[in-house]
Design a protein around this ligand. Sequence first.
Ligand code: SF4
Length: 249
Amino acid sequence: MTTTTPTTTPMMTTATMTPATTTMTPTTAMTPAQKAPLIVAALKEGYPEASCTLTWLKDYELLFSVRLAAQCTDARVNVVTKALFRDYPTLEAFADADIAKMEEAVRPCGFFRVKARDIIASARMLRDEFGGRVPNTMEDLLRLPGVGRKTANLILGDLFGCGGIVADTHCIRLARRLGLCDTQDPYKVELALDPLIPKEEQSAFCHALVLHGRAVCAARKPKCGACRLSAWCANAFIEPSTRLATSRP
Ligand code: SF4
């Protein structure tokens, strides 16, 4: 969901990046609870403006943009929604939309039939059951067509400031490599990270993981020598054949 360029070179640059000087515990032997705050701090330093890069103004626009972003880039979604939000300027307009026209409008985002169907059905549900507003609970969000826990957590964090672990492919891969969890199951990753990351930090943390995953800790060729998290990483400088989660979760 994020594409912001890191504002600093992703290398350890300050004393805060070398926790071995402040604790007797070897950094790579730290427990998840010990190293999580250090990783959060390092990511904040490297990606201080990490945030959602989807373009939206109204609550339902974020919801629909996230739906369109599945298997699609944020950049392409933003191009599509610029026209979409102009042509359908209200929630009612989405709720009353013609399915064939909606499919054409969102076709560039891929999976256009199911995305168009979900957007119209969600608009109708928001209008008819939620007073025209995006709900602010996990339970209600999961009732909306096409919304799973990943989307719901993003909405809770970015729209309502409630926090939420967005367990996407980058989050899962990095959390596992760093040793913050030992599972690739999205829900279990969410449960593992939730108590480790303060609620107020969770949204920025997840957006920063996406940026770091793209720029440094790629699925196939992580650049451990240029990684600001290497001091705490359970898989730093380990040969690809033995590294955890080298394949996409
Ligand atoms: S595997 Fe390498 S690049 Fe990825 S988080 Fe660990 S040290 Fe950084």
